[in-house]
Design a protein around this ligand. Structure first.
Ligand code: AR6
Length: 166
């Protein structure tokens, strides 16, 4: 079973093998955590996205690129369901975490940091976004040594702590 370490902060500064990006289907960058990762990692990430994902990425799926200037070795991009646009299939949200962990395992990563996928612009209700993250990460077949769930605000961090204690 993967043990989750809660973190309050910016995912781009995490010293882990892989950080996960909450991207969109186009895979050409965006706002939120996606924007922060592309900004901090530099142009190598977008170059790699264009080369490796000419047709983008399906919702619920994941794929990797290099991490440019980030401390991580890889960025594992995944596309959460856009709740605000009516995509409310929870299985797709669980799949994001599971696929990202699978890819991390294939790459030989031992440590990974996740943001709260779909909990920002895509509008998934925070408590259920956290519950889905906890359920998918702890239940995944791929086991890593260090799995972090990074909350970007005090409010979401407190909610993560609360659910991990439950
Ligand atoms: N580190 C950690 N978490 C962060 C950071 C950061 N630097 N920045 C934001 N978050 P969002 P989504 C949190 O909107 O809902 C993008 O434009 C944020 O507070 O980044 O899956 C993409 O290109 C929230 O809790 O992703 C897509 O178009 C969580 O990360 C779309 O947004 C996810 O918020 C994806 O929407």
């Amino acid at each position: 079973m993967n043990v989750i370490t809660p973190v309050l902060g910016d995912i781009t500064t995490q010293q882990v093998d892989a950080i996960v990006n909450a991207a969109n289907n186009a895979m050409r960058g965006g706002g939120g955590v996606d924007g922060a990762i592309h900004r901090a990692g530099g142009p190598a990430i977008l170059r790699d996205c264009i080369a490796r994902f000419p047709n983008g990425l399906a919702t619920g799926d994941a794929g990797w690129t290099t991490a440019g200037e980030l401390p991580a070795r890889w960025v594992i991009h995944t596309v959460g369901p856009n709740y605000a646009a009516g995509q409310r299939d929870r299985a797709l949200l669980l799949s994001c975490y599971r696929r990202a962990l699978e890819i991390a395992g294939e790459l030989g990563a031992r440590s990974i940091a996740f943001p709260l996928i779909s909990a920002g612009v895509y509008g998934w209700p925070l408590d259920d976004a956290i519950a889905a993250a906890v359920e998918a990460i702890t239940g995944a077949t791929t086991q890593l040594d260090d799995v972090r769930l990074v909350a970007f605000s005090r409010n979401s961090y407190d909610a993560v702590l609360q659910q991990l204690a439950a």
